[in-house]
Design a protein around this ligand. Structure first.
Ligand SMILES: C[S@@+](CC[C@H](N)C(=O)[O-])C[C@H]1O[C@@H](n2cnc3c(N)ncnc32)[C@H](O)[C@@H]1O
Length: 267
């Protein structure tokens, strides 16, 4: 893959320096990407291969209903922008600030945005039905938003970015843990499960599903909470790595997609 913009190079350099190990993958801003910037295979990858390993200390984590507010507060503290003292240092010296400054995407910011995503108000069996669905899905978002300290206008944007880049961290992190994981957060979504070619697992999950004996990963210097991006199928060089943001059994998944990630596949 030849097209690597300067921000892609920055991400690759930053992530390596931060301790993220990548094998056969790279961030690219490319027309072939489903959403501008994404992660691509730089060589053929076999099903089951670990393509990236992310140290747990880089993950931004929140728990329970208020996870998104908690993470937003932590980000504000990292950036030295008025978060409570004691949260993440508040010095702006943490190198994750450089990662955070490059966040793009985020959900819808206004009702007009929501309507644009569904092709106009008329496209969703009428405005009232769309309104009701959006209202229901916004309730859990608001729970977290109320917990942000020192609210100002830019907090809404940061909160939307946090929500659009977060995922469930899984059993190694305890119940209800949600986090933003550097590098994993550059993966784009595909609606078709057959196009989803990577998944997320903690090192602890990999250990617990791998029997004792030769071939079992060596705990060595790794921590159970370290996060791995694992190929779910063979991937050809040049293909985009794609995940699914929406649980298959989520009835409101289409509306959640509009609110949280700012795109829709509704016609
Ligand atoms: C977790 S980030 C993914 C990486 C992002 N493309 C970037 O450049 O940082 C989520 C955002 O990517 C974009 N995105 C991901 N998958 C998409 C898709 N299938 N269609 C449109 N936009 C998508 C949306 O803007 C979403 O809010």
């Amino acid at each position: 893959l030849s097209t690597t913009g300067s921000s892609d190079v920055f991400i690759e350099t930053w992530s390596s320096k931060a301790g993220i190990i990548k094998v056969g993958v790279g961030v690219r801003t490319d027309q072939r990407s489903i959403a501008g910037r994404g992660i691509f295979a730089t060589r053929d990858i076999r099903e089951g291969e670990v393509v990236a390993s992310i140290p747990n200390g880089l993950v931004l984590m929140g728990k329970g209903d208020g996870w998104a507010g908690e993470i937003t507060n932590a980000v504000k503290a990292l950036k030295g922008g008025g978060g409570r003292r004691g949260e993440g240092g508040g010095s702006g010296e943490d190198s994750r600030v450089e990662w955070i400054d490059g966040w793009e995407g985020g959900g819808c910011k206004s009702w007009d945005d929501v309507c644009a995503c569904v092709g106009g108000e008329g496209a969703f069996n009428g405005r009232e039905e769309l309104r009701e669905m959006v209202r229901l899905r916004l309730e859990d978002r608001l729970q977290g938003f109320r917990q942000i300290s020192y609210l100002d206008a830019s907090d809404l944007e940061l909160y939307a970015l946090v929500c659009s880049r977060a995922c469930h961290l899984g059993p190694s992190w305890g119940e209800g843990a949600v986090g933003v994981i550097p590098y994993f957060d550059y993966l784009n979504h595909h609606d078709d499960p057959s196009r989803v070619n990577v998944g997320l697992e903690s090192f602890g999950q990999v250990l617990s599903r791998t029997p004792e004996g030769p071939g079992r990963p060596d705990p060595g210097t790794m921590n159970e909470k370290d996060m791995l991006i694992v190929a779910k199928k063979d991937v050809r060089e040049g293909e985009e790595l794609l995940t699914s943001y929406v649980d298959e059994d989520d009835e409101g998944g289409d509306v959640r997609k509009i609110i949280t990630w700012g795109f829709s596949t509704l016609s």
